[in-house]
Design a binder for this molecule. Sequence first.
Ligand SMILES: [Zn+2]
Length: 459
Amino acid sequence: MYQTNKIVQALYKYSPKFIHDFMYSVHGLIKISQHNMIKKNYLNNFEKIENLPLEEIKSLQFEKLKKMINHSYKNVPFYRNLFTNLQLDPGDIKSLDDMKLIPTLKKNDILKNYDDLIALNSIQFNPTQRSTGGTTGTSLSFLMDERNYTLRETELLNHWKQHSYNSDKDRSIVFRADVLIPRGRKIKKAWRYDLLRKTYHFSAYYTSEDILFEYYSIMKNFRPKYMQALPSTAYIFAKYLNQNNYKINLNKVFTSSEILYESYRNEIERAFNCEIIDHYGHGEPGTYVAGQCKDGNYHIPCSNVYFEISNDGTIIETSLNNYSMPFIRYEIEDRVDKIFYNCGCGKQTPYFKKIFGRVSDYLVTPDGRTITGIGFDQVFKGTNILNGQIIQTDLNHININIVPQENYSEYNKNELLNKLRERLGNDIKISINIVERIDLTPGGKQKLVISKINKSTNF
Ligand SMILES: [Zn+2]
């Protein structure tokens, strides 16, 4: 798999744009077939559960939780030890409230006990290794069951379906953090086209005025109905359109992964003359799509996750389907307001109204781009770096603080530099500093990106 990815990456790097378009279309074809399978086998059941009365939803959740706890006790060394040390028996968990008897699992616990968290029978769940860094600089690896992955896609399709969006058929724009122009090439045509899904993939990295005008021109001719983007990217684009009095009418804009500030929402609504639908989710097993309903509330996908909120709003989650590497009461480093019931939209699933976490700073490049810090954790991935932080001191300088692992080398440093150059261009000066640890904010969180300059955009 790793080898295949390397080959695909190399092919991408040295191919002309029409080959890139072809590769995006092949990816589109794979997605269409995967989605058809989900619609046939999973979506109806998922919808049915989400629309059950609350008591039935809770009872189904508890059945799944019991199964997961029994499995973890029997097959996962970490949980076997934890339960033994606490003199706790799986049978002691007699209701959802009893879940509090199990201590929460923190990101650090996973980093320290990685092997012991893998089920001895993990192979039977056909897992793949995945990783996420979120908004912090520490990348977290974990195993995900094939079925859990499918159920996540089901969450997403269910969310879109509620808002009448069919991503395999409707003309769409998707702003992506991974549409990169290979290094050394002139940055133009920062988009790729998936012919089969009628989707333009615009790069979220290149947002100079020239390129934004290019995006606008494409949309004017293509007349898409939907757009998916990070709130900050949609906002930057919307602000450009509004300032120049360019109008694009869409049916809906879907956002995720960052806070959708009210100022963003107003600007985006004005530019695209439509409603903005946001969803919360993350890469680790747990909530993938807690999507806003028509009343603007974030409904929790109860058939895939048991969701708790601590007193300070921190999210604590148990994935109900990931057996190869169970995360029980995993503390996500995001905060929300609280859990509500009885939404006006008629759905019985619990929901929250506001997300407080996930604040990311921006980087501004000398060539005039404003880039969100979300996704920048990827530059540290696979480079023997334990932890990293990006600090922009002025328009022309970026400082990178890294905590290296033992086998960190000059080669890794160059890899890191290349990844940064791909995203930030060649004009900015990048200094890499080795540090013992990354300082935390007064709130105890680590920020991946810190900007010390006055931003050109007014958030
Ligand atoms: Zn609702």
